[in-house]
Design a protein around this ligand. Sequence first.
Ligand SMILES: *Cc1c(COP(=O)(O)O)cnc(C)c1O
Length: 313
Amino acid sequence: MALAEDLGLAREVEDFAGGAGYSDGAYMPLDELAVPITDFGFLRADACYDTAHVWHGLAFRLDDHVQRFRRSCEALRLDPGLGDAEIREVMIRLAQLDGRREQMVQIICTRGRVSAEAPRDPRRNQNRFWAFTRALDAIDSKLPEGARGLGVHISDIPRIPPESIDPRVKTFHRGDLTKALMEAMDAGADTCLVVDMAGNITEGPGFNVFAVAGERIVTPEAGMLEGITRSTVMELAGELGLASESRAISPEEMRGADEVFISSSAGGIMAVTRIDGTILSNGAPGPVTQRLAERYWAKKTDGWHATPIPGLA
Ligand SMILES: *Cc1c(COP(=O)(O)O)cnc(C)c1O
């Protein structure tokens, strides 16, 4: 592979079939990327990350992901040690090495190892930047064949309060979401939504949520990560002449909606057709969800907000 040679890697294309990794200036097959056990990213879940996706060889809203990652780093006082343009470059090179036309590219900054002189001062840890690729795995692609939309459980488990951990920062503080997800799966649902301390809907494990009432779409305004797909949906809604609003949404309103859908980089726009015991839009993706999803994929095919990955686009 020409690129592997450019990067000084004596590697075969096949070595990257399972994904590509990056740390400390070096590119390698994903299997070889290993985090030292003493990195606080591992020991304390002290890290932030972001995940962009490549579809048909086109990276979607790459700069928005890099900028959100930068904001996450700043919020946690983490320094990845690379500028935005350098991070972007690493992501594109990793995607090239990976070689799949559909993939996810994840970037991470960990707190790193403690400093020998000041082991109790987190300001002195050696922060570290990591990146790797993996398969594009949408939540709804794991549904059994013939299933029409996702079944969701609304959990009573509240998201960690924003005063403790800011949900707008993309972090690995997901114990609340994982607990709710296992509870949902035990109850036969595909995934879950969690509430805030006031009982309003926030988001699910790695996605935002929307309710549709007539020609209007609503989504929670606080207590969740501000997804890039979420803002893409708002933009598409405007183009389709749908009114959109972000505000507090109760579980009752969610259950009574005409349609519900979720949004994430991995899956795009995915219909929810069951919430606990309630069937929505006759158990099939509703018309507004379908119009939004169709426009989303069509515009992406046309190169909307796209960064072509050389050799893959
Ligand atoms: C990443 C993520 C989302 C979705 O954000 P996108 O930018 O659309 O992929 C939503 N909620 C949480 C908790 C996330 O980690």
